[in-house]
Design a protein around this ligand. Structure first.
Ligand SMILES: *Cc1c(COP(=O)(O)O)cnc(C)c1O
Length: 384
């Protein structure tokens, strides 16, 4: 019996480790030269010089900063999907604004543009789509709705590095801001971290100031200026959301590997798709022709007529030594969201239906072909 196969593991190489050690020895361990280099490298990765990249200590922080910079506040509503992690929605509440949760497309499990349009009220200010599992949301439709109703769009791209839609990388689309996550189990990691990307100069300026206490100049600027400069001004009650150079050191090397990481995950997804054909399972939809799916998650659903339920399926996989998970318990089922907005499962039939039948299999670059085969055998075994 082999050891337990965890649901997720980061892939940290010798170059990441050497860069972190170099940072530790350098004397500058918080936000400094490596965070700057990481931001520049991210702009280069996205391939558009007009984009500004702002490194932060989580995607949650980045989403909060983006909405704050766009002026979202009390009395406003932001529309997002119920089928996400709570971070997507909680940032709206940080600002005193309200969340309007909507249902998903039953095939892609991404936010349903028709449901978005139906949820618009005079108070709606922004749409917050999530690229679920690493598959791009229907951005042409969402951007069109936003244009017609004068709404802002902030993309939660926590799963979407690298993801393309019609050949364009998520991060370069015509939204107001896009936020990536470098949490430990994401498609690349800095331990904890995130990147706010925007082409709006005003949003970038505000987010840079609010990222660090509302200070007019950051510590690195002040201590490395050629003219000694201890002076700064506080222009707003900001946050403590800066990314450390220790974390950025990891990010510099992870980013170089992001395409290779995606290729390995796509290979694993293809092996799963192939192996599960003919079983009573709904395999996750692939990208549209020629596009890239980041494959942060591989979400299976039990088909009608499957011999077991989801919970028994998850138990059987655990007993076979395979870690798996469920993405997500929809927000409408959590006490806070349910009670605050009086939500009922019947209001979100497609998310609810998917939730009751779904589980996520391990999909990460440190898995060997033998690990993939083990997962496949365990899935077959669990279905009897
Ligand atoms: C992980 C995740 C976040 C939060 O990312 P952090 O970097 O941990 O703050 C936000 N949205 C979604 C959909 C996520 O999966």
């Amino acid at each position: 019996m082999s050891a337990f196969l965890p649901f997720a593991l980061p892939e940290i190489g010798d170059d990441e480790i050497a860069e972190v050690v170099d940072t530790l020895r350098s004397g500058w361990i918080t936000t400094g030269p490596k965070a700057r280099r990481f931001e520049q490298a991210f702009t280069e990765f996205l391939g558009d010089e007009a984009l500004q990249c702002i490194a932060v200590n989580s995607a949650t922080a980045g989403l909060h900063l983006a909405l704050e910079a766009l002026g979202i506040g009390p009395g406003d509503e932001v529309i997002t999907t119920t089928h996400t992690f709570t971070a997507t929605a909680e940032v709206v509440r940080y600002l005193g604004a309200d969340v309007r949760l909507v249902d998903i497309d039953p095939a892609t499990l991404n936010i349903d543009p028709a449901a978005v349009e139906a949820a618009i009220t005079p108070r709606t200010r922004a749409i917050l789509p999530v690229h679920y599992a690493g598959l791009a949301a229907d951005m042409p439709a969402i951007l069109d709705i936003a244009r017609r109703h004068g709404l802002k769009v902030v993309e939660d791209a926590a799963h979407a590095l690298p993801t393309t839609r019609a050949g364009q990388l998520v991060g370069t689309l015509a939204s107001d801001a896009t936020v990536f996550s470098f949490y430990a189990n994401k498609t690349m990691t800095t331990g904890e971290g995130g990147m706010l990307v925007t082409r709006d100069a005003e949003v970038a300026k505000r987010a840079r100031v609010m990222r660090l206490h509302g200070m007019s100049r950051d510590a690195f600027d002040r201590f490395t200026a050629t003219v000694p400069s201890w002076y700064y001004e506080i222009v707003a009650p900001g946050f403590k959301y800066n990314l450390t150079d220790i974390a950025a050191a990891l990010g510099l090397h992870q980013l170089k590997k992001a395409h290779a990481f995606q290729q390995r995950r796509a290979q694993i997804a293809a092996a799963y798709d192939e192996a599960f054909r003919g079983l009573p399972l709904v395999t996750p939809p692939g990208p549209q022709g020629g596009d890239t799916h980041a494959w942060h998650l591989y979400v299976l659903r039990l088909a009608e007529g499957a011999p077991i339920g989801r919970d028994a399926f998850v138990d059987a996989l655990f007993k076979a030594g395979i870690g798996c998970s469920v993405h997500y318990i929809p927000l409408h089922l959590h006490p806070y969201w349910r009670e605050r907005y009086g939500l009922k499962a019947e209001d979100f039939p497609r998310s609810q239906h998917a939730y009751e039948r779904m589980l996520s299999l391990p999909i990460y670059t440190r898995m060997t072909d033998a690990d993939v085969a083990r997962v496949i055998a365990a899935v077959r075994g669990a279905l009897g």
